[in-house]
Write a protein that binds this ligand. Structure first.
Ligand code: AMP
Ligand code: ZN
Length: 114
């Protein structure tokens, strides 16, 4: 998608600090970290939001969770724990309209909403 910030990061048009990459998934550090470790995991396919997933995306969404697991293991915060957040749409506070999973780790996280 031409005007999408994260599609530009996928294409390398905007630099990012990559954590993981394969043919379907990219993970990189958030530019404005909300925790000592703040990583974004995104599908390479442009999906606007969680509200826009289709049945065909089932496998991809499962894979993203496996990638999150792998990153937690490799970066060493799997044991201590972490939080995964998806903001969806206006009320969910989504600012970048390309589906992304926030991984927050590295401290005891506060402000639990649920
Ligand atoms: P959201 O509010 O859920 O849409 O999250 C968007 C996230 O993208 C925010 O946490 C931003 O800090 C992050 N972000 C915006 N631009 C960049 C960028 N160029 N590189 C890395 N992260 C970014
Ligand atoms: Zn995109």
């Amino acid at each position: 998608m031409e005007d999408c910030l994260f599609c530009k990061i996928i294409k390398g048009e905007i630099p990012s600090k990559k954590v993981y990459e394969d043919e379907d998934v990219l993970a990189f550090y958030d530019i404005n970290p909300a925790a000592p470790i703040h990583i974004l995991v995104i599908p390479k396919k442009h999906i606007k939001s969680l509200a826009d997933i289709e049945e065909d995306d089932e496998k991809l969404l499962g894979k993203i969770h496996m990638v999150i697991n792998k990153i937690a293991e490799e970066k060493g915060f799997k044991e201590e724990g972490y939080r995964v957040i998806i903001n969806c749409g206006k009320n969910g506070g989504q600012e970048v309209m390309h589906l992304h999973f926030h991984i927050l780790a590295g401290k005891k996280l506060g402000e639990k909403v649920v």
